[in-house]
Ligand binder design. Sequence first.
Ligand code: SF4
Length: 280
Amino acid sequence: MMNHSVIDPLQPHLQTDCSQCFGLCCVALPYAKSADFPCDKPGGSPCRHLQKDYRCGIHDSLRGQGYKGCTVYDCFGAGERVSKQTFGGHSWREDSGTADRMLAVFPVMQQLHEIISYLREIAAAGRTAALHAEAGQAIARLEELAAQPPEALLELDLPAVRAGVNGTLQEASRLVRQQGVAASGRSASALPTRKDFFGANLKGKLWRGANLRGAMLIAANLQKADLRDCDFIGADLRDADLRGADLRGALFLSQMQVNSAKGDAGTRLPPGLRAPGHWA
Ligand code: SF4
């Protein structure tokens, strides 16, 4: 996992430092026997592979042992913040009262951090300069919410928080995509309007500046596609083939989406996102 503080203002993407977390995702989240996990685990119970030092006992062989889902998940740095800031370094292992609240706060913080991550992309990019002040104010508001004690975090109205920033995200998307289309020299009318591309062969598509919000791209062949300046918020990229694809300038693309796809050394990613180890 990557290694920097969740409050580094220079980084557009909030990233995860598992060494600073009490293994919260390995306890709080449920998983079910599937292509992603070899067995069932209820939410709130520690995974059998979580060690006393909160590290994964099978980290180097997760995929080989059927834990593909663990190599995809990313908490946007929420685990670090909940462990070190919200609970001041006190672990869920210390008492059951702490455990209940900590495990409940973790998914709330994960969602807050996801929204903050999108806003930081806007605040960091020159192409969305018109929205820098607006995004900066929204980040400050959300950081205040994220810094609250556990009880207040558990009472947060997350749909209202999302609704409060939706206009800023939509306008950023419009600006970035518009600039992408202009730079491509092609007409916006050539870009896709539908969202369902399950298993579709989209090899080499010239989709610079496309709106792929919420698009279903599971197992789609996007090899060598031009996906620069596309909006990927909420897009499902599980097992999408991004080998040789160009995603530079892609907006609201998360590390988890990248982790869930296939890629190679020829896949171009936006700054702050990394090629996962299983692409090698
Ligand atoms: S297998 Fe490892 S990474 Fe996955 S939930 Fe268990 S301890 Fe966490």
